[in-house]
Design a protein. Structure first.
Length: 149
């Protein structure tokens, strides 16, 4: 009895195309601005219209000098201004840190790299102050509300 070896191959190719197409359709990550001018801006991450990541702020920061005699904390930093769209959002803000008599300029950039990857980059720049060196510990904890994908 002759066997047809091409039928299983076509079926396998069909399954690969079907699953790769459904994976691409199933997850379409996008960014949405949350907050306002008064309370500060932050970014939420959505899969289609479903909220995936919702956090109180972008990060927390602990600053200290080299002998640890002076410390300062920034809890749940949020942006003062923003630019962008559903694929790219940049948050910016300045904060005066009285413990160091310094201004801290912060920029946080989100970018949807692919349908299932969001890249987040943050940049902190301090202007000259009385303390020559300021060290920091940045805490990016788990989001307060991370739903199942």
């Amino acid at each position: 009895m002759p066997t047809n070896k091409t039928a299983p191959r076509f079926f396998l190719i069909y399954l690969v195309i079907l699953f790769s197409h459904s994976t691409a359709i199933c997850q379409q990550l996008s960014l949405k601005l949350a907050g306002d001018e008064k309370t500060g801006y932050r970014v939420d991450i959505y899969n289609n219209n479903r909220l995936l990541v919702n956090d109180t702020g972008e990060f927390s920061l602990q600053l200290f000098n080299n002998d640890l005699s002076t410390t300062a904390n920034i809890q749940y930093w949020k942006g003062d201004s923003w630019t962008g769209n559903t694929q790219h959002i940049t948050l910016k803000g300045d904060a005066y840190i009285k413990e160091f008599d310094a201004n801290l300029s912060v920029s946080v950039k989100y970018e949807v790299v692919s349908s299932n990857i969001v890249k987040k980059r943050s940049n902190c720049c301090s202007l000259p102050c009385r303390a020559c060196y300021i060290y920091y510990s940045k805490q990016q904890g788990p989001p307060e509300n991370l739903t199942d994908m």
